[in-house]
Design a binder for this molecule. Sequence first.
Ligand SMILES: *[C@@H]1O[C@H](CO)[C@@H](O)[C@H](O)[C@H]1NC(C)=O
Ligand SMILES: *[C@@H]1O[C@H](CO)[C@@H](O)[C@H](O)[C@H]1NC(C)=O
Ligand SMILES: *[C@@H]1O[C@H](CO)[C@@H](O)[C@H](O)[C@H]1NC(C)=O
Ligand SMILES: *[C@@H]1O[C@H](CO)[C@@H](O)[C@H](O)[C@H]1NC(C)=O
Ligand SMILES: *[C@@H]1O[C@H](CO)[C@@H](O)[C@H](O)[C@H]1NC(C)=O
Length: 412
Amino acid sequence: MLKTIFNIYAFALFANFAYSRCGWNTIDGNPPSLVGHKGEKAFMPEHTLGSYHMAALEAVDYIETDISISKDGVLVIVHNGWLGQTTNVAELPQFADRKKQYIFNGKYAKINRTEWFVWDFTYAELKTINRIQDTDYAYRPQYFNNDFYILTFDEYLDHIENLSKNLDRQLGVALELKFSEVFNSLFPSDNGRGYEDKVLEVLSKRNYNINQPPPSNPVINNGDLLDHILNIKPSNYTKSSYKPVSFLSFDHETCEYLGKKTKIPVISLNLNSPWMYTPKGLDKIASYSKILSPEKNILLAGPELYFEFNEISYNKTEIESMGGFLEPKELIRESHKRGIELSPFTLYDSRQPSGLLCTRFNDTRFKYCPKNRKEEMFYYFELGCSYITVENIFEAQILRLAFDSKIASKDC
Ligand SMILES: *[C@@H]1O[C@H](CO)[C@@H](O)[C@H](O)[C@H]1NC(C)=O
Ligand SMILES: *[C@@H]1O[C@H](CO)[C@@H](O)[C@H](O)[C@H]1NC(C)=O
Ligand SMILES: *[C@@H]1O[C@H](CO)[C@@H](O)[C@H](O)[C@H]1NC(C)=O
Ligand SMILES: *[C@@H]1O[C@H](CO)[C@@H](O)[C@H](O)[C@H]1NC(C)=O
Ligand SMILES: *[C@@H]1O[C@H](CO)[C@@H](O)[C@H](O)[C@H]1NC(C)=O
């Protein structure tokens, strides 16, 4: 029933497009884009030439990365500031004394850990450290441990641009600015946004057209997803000079700064801000962000249950005054009305636990609980999410094709 309402809504909105009622429920009727989390980390150590290359070969749409800053101010690719989990630093005696407790209690960045932190290493030192498969994932292939080094932001962009050219496939870059508060306090600047500005400077130098809005996507008709994946272009296809790029951040102020300063789409990542999942919250987000990226359980269990099970408290009166919580289907409808697309994170590969609340807690209030990765992926496809952040791109690609074929074959 709701799906029907959904499709009628999408049909009315895009009646001027060749749009099928049985098509994808995304804002533009296109299949959702797949975003490779740190490249293809299901098989390769994350954030390496190998993980990005593999992601490109699996025909991913965007390759996500995380930008940090070394002690001497070089933008480098490191996920969450510490190195022990994804490199061989613990085995290097020359760096034994760099392992330290670091406490940062910001509004968005909260760190309390004893680790090797990227900002205590110069660029030259980082180059002597090798990447390994994330130690949290012992069952993932370990064959490529120590084969790759830590990349700079420029090397990441070089590599993606090289791959785009060599494979004749326009790969998008998705740039996460992780700990803005930490980097802006370590590297102070006049406007307090030195970290964001440093990233923008690199993009400008490399002609990323930061002031040009992205062109609207050509509509991929039902059943044409395979052509898209195989990179088969229609005969009248003209290559765009626009290099697809987007920003991601958990820090609302970074999102707002980037969203107001540039025309690059900003993805607002979130797992703990109840106000965002209300009509007035979406109004606020729409003023700077085109894409809302909630922790996936928010789009499955709904905000109320999600915040209850994660013990995140909030002011109920305030939520009511902002229009109350929007349940998943309303949330996507209200987001689309405001031009916001949805991008849940993260859909893991089927060898690992799903991370779904409904499988961790047995509670009858969870209305639907996917039983496997296919059901999970299909749920987010059906809902109309425009971007899906995945680990194991290959698996996600097959499921996206399966869903496309399912909706294309329906008798509308
Ligand atoms: C940091 O974590 C340690 C160990 O978990 C804990 O004992 C300590 O109280 C924490 N410090 C702060 C400031 O949160
Ligand atoms: C990109 O291609 C250029 C030209 O072939 C090459 O010099 C450079 O090493 C490549 N960089 C990466 C990171 O692949
Ligand atoms: C290419 O042709 C298709 C139909 O064959 C048409 O729908 C589309 O608008 C054309 N695209 C361009 C860029 O001319
Ligand atoms: C909750 O929000 C309401 C409305 O914004 C405000 O009047 C009230 O003081 C808040 N209560 C608490 C405990 O912060
Ligand atoms: C879940 O809870 C219901 C009702 O409390 C109970 O009957 C059922 O056995 C439980 N299932 C599991 C897997 O624990």
